[in-house]
Write a protein of this length. Structure first.
Length: 121
C-alpha cells in the first residue's frame, strides 16, 4: 500500500437503512483486510437488528451512551468502551442518553454489503 494518508470528509455522512448515520473513513477495497467507519445514532433512536455474515466487528465509543444488544446479551455502553461483536451475531444498539451516540466501527474483513443481513422479525 503506497498511500499513507486517507482524508475523511465529514460532509459525506449519510443515513443508512439500518437507522444510523455513517461516514466511511477507510475501506481498502483491494486488500479487504479491514474497514473503519464513524456511526452516529441520534438521541432516542436505535439501529435495526442485523448480523454481519463471516465478519467480526468492534465499536469504539467516542461520545454518548447507550445499550448494546448482541445475541441474547444486553449491556450499557459509554464513551471509551470497546465492544466486540462476533461474526454472525445478531446485533443492534440504542442511544439512551441526551447526546447522540458516536462510535467507530471497525470490521474485519472490510465491510461490504454482501455481509449485511437484516435480522428484524
Amino acid at each position: 500500500m503506497d498511500q499513507l494518508l486517507f482524508p475523511t470528509d465529514p460532509a459525506k455522512e449519510h443515513l443508512i437503512d439500518e437507522g444510523c448515520f455513517i461516514v466511511e473513513i477507510f475501506n481498502q477495497k483491494t486488500s479487504g483486510a479491514l474497514s473503519i467507519a464513524q456511526a452516529r445514532v441520534e438521541s432516542g433512536s436505535k439501529t435495526e437488528p442485523h448480523r454481519l455474515r463471516d465478519m467480526q466487528e468492534w465499536y469504539y465509543i467516542l461520545e454518548g451512551q447507550g445499550q448494546m444488544h448482541i445475541d441474547q446479551k444486553t449491556f450499557g455502553i459509554r464513551k471509551g468502551d470497546v465492544v466486540y461483536i462476533p461474526a454472525n451475531a445478531v446485533q443492534w444498539v440504542e442511544q439512551s442518553g441526551t447526546d447522540d451516540l458516536l462510535f467507530l466501527c471497525i470490521c474485519k474483513p472490510g465491510w461490504t454489503a454482501e455481509h449485511y443481513e437484516n435480522a428484524s422479525s
